[in-house]
Design a protein around this ligand. Sequence first.
Ligand code: ZN
Length: 153
Amino acid sequence: MIADDLTNLYQDLIIDHNKRPRNFRELPPPRKSSDGYNPLCGDHLTVYLQINDEGQITDLTFKGDGCAISVASASLMTEALKGKSIEQARALFTAVHNMLTESKTNSQDIEMLGKLAALQGVRDYPSRVKCATLAWHTMQAALAGESNEVTTE
Ligand code: ZN
């Protein structure tokens, strides 16, 4: 695949996940949840998650308002992390964070990222990186059981 095709494919994925966000609903209690806010852009998301006794994420959803990148990133995240262990979720968070903040992504990370690699282009727009990481920081806070609002500042 040539680079332009890949860029188009990634853009289509982001547009699709923004238009039809996956797992866009509240989870009933008992569940963990956290609010995330990105004041630079006005993105506001709540992430809900359920973990079983084996430490596996059995359900992960979100609600909120935000720009296309924040919503698409949250939607892609819920798909990527459902069924994963807490350790796998943390590893994926690190891979996403590195992809968005470092100039090159190593091939091992690309493989682990799968569809999440669609967010790669965001790193060329530093002001939007926080939009893409908001859901992930909020997920981390929910995992840690922090109920206070997370901000990207
Ligand atoms: Zn945003």
